[in-house]
Ligand binder design. Structure first.
Ligand code: PLP
Length: 359
């Protein structure tokens, strides 16, 4: 049986049509600024996000770091969620490479920092303090779409205090598609509604959009000009990168609206798991499902699934992510395997007690 790989939406393989687009892409040398496919992608994503300019990046991590370093100088500070990707999962790059002080703030279960905490963390102009320059938000956060009212209020608060606002929108297309479904509107209209609130937006092509590599940073001409210098310094100046940009362009043309299929699969998975004894579905939105397993049985469940060709991750509870390379049959197989495990585990009274612990 084919492996049902639910570890992440980064595991997707380029489709035959995407490979064809890569194969036939016109190429140049992007460091000389003459790769037509890169230029076309940058123009396209800038226009979709309503920004003056965009820059193609090898990764989302580099894209976020270029944004932070373009917004902030050495000794500046940015406000960011305690569990946000740029703070927690990017090797501390802002501090290490940008000399930018992160001011992490507590997030609630929906990923939101309170407006009171944000306001309180903005430092006055005083030699004691780092200069607070930027607020960074993330959408989706752990698969959860940020409500527009929250984004509006947080962005307005930041602007009142003269801060810029950056969106880590690695999965912002998932947010836009989900929001479009909720509002019976169009995904690209909703994307604009979201991105209009931000000075800069980073978007991943290598996640749900199904491209093998790449992200883009979008913003004003001036900001992207600064980010371009930083990207070069970070080693992100690429040459015939049109071969990759072509995949991303293909994804923007063909893989945005279909994200609703991934969301439907995540819902199918969550519906299949909900109510099983020994397990709690903690959150299931867009394409990510988080599950808590009772009695520290998470690692054993992961191993059971692995032996049945179902892959998931277990860093913060079990995480299942749907994407273009899974289907209903695969999801149903995953649900059946979880049921198997719970039945045998619940039946075995002498099951060894495992301590909880992080897994
Ligand atoms: C994946 C991800 C990134 C980083 O993208 P890479 O291409 O893996 O470097 C940044 N932010 C969020 C929210 C992500 O999910």
């Amino acid at each position: 049986m084919k492996t049902v790989d639910l570890r992440s939406d980064t595991v997707t393989q380029p489709t035959p049509a995407m490979r064809e687009a890569m194969l036939t892409a016109p190429l140049g040398d992007d460091v000389y600024g003459d790769d037509p496919s890169v230029l076309a992608l940058e123009a396209r994503i800038a226009s979709l996000t309503g920004k003056q300019a965009a820059l193609f990046m090898p990764t989302g991590t580099q894209s976020n770091l270029c944004a932070l370093m373009a917004h902030c100088e050495r000794g500046d500070e940015y406000l960011v969620g305690q569990n946000a990707h740029t703070y927690r999962y990017e090797g501390g790059g802002a501090a290490v490479l940008g000399s930018i002080q992160p001011q992490p703030l507590v997030q609630d279960a929906k990923g939101q920092m309170s407006l009171v905490d944000i306001a309180a963390a903005i430092k006055p102009d005083d030699a004691h303090f780092a200069r607070t320059r930027l607020l960074a938000l993330e959408n989706t956060w752990n698969g959860q779409r940020m409500p527009m009212e929250y984004l509006q209020q947080a962005a307005a608060l930041a602007r009142q205090h003269g801060l810029a606002v950056h969106l880590d929108g690695a999965r912002v297309m998932n947010a836009a598609v989900d929001q479009a479904q909720a509002n019976t509107s169009d995904a690209f209209t909703e994307l604009r509604a979201i991105t209009d609130l931000f000075d800069s937006v980073s978007v991943c092509f290598s996640k749900g959009l199904g491209a093998p590599v790449g992200s883009a940073l979008c913003g004003s001409k001036e900001l992207i000009h600064k980010a371009h210098r930083v990207r070069k310094m970070l080693g992100g100046g690429m040459r015939q990168s049109g071969v990759l940009a072509a995949a991303a362009l293909h994804a923007l043309d063909h893989h945005v609206h279909r994200l609703s299929d991934d969301h439907a699969l995540a819902k199918r998975l969550a519906d299949g798991l909900r109510g099983l004894s020994g397990l709690t579905v903690r959150s299931a939105q867009t394409n990510i499902v988080f599950v808590d397993v009772a009695d520290g049985r998470g690692p054993a469940l992961l191993e059971h699934l692995r032996q049945a060709n179902v892959l998931a991750t277990g860093l913060i509870g079990l995480r299942f992510v749907t994407h273009i390379d899974v289907d209903e049959q695969g999801i149903d197989h995953a649900v059946a395997c979880v049921k198997d495990f719970l039945q045998s585990a619940n039946g075995a009274t002498s099951a060894p007690a495992r301590s909880g612990g992080p897994y």
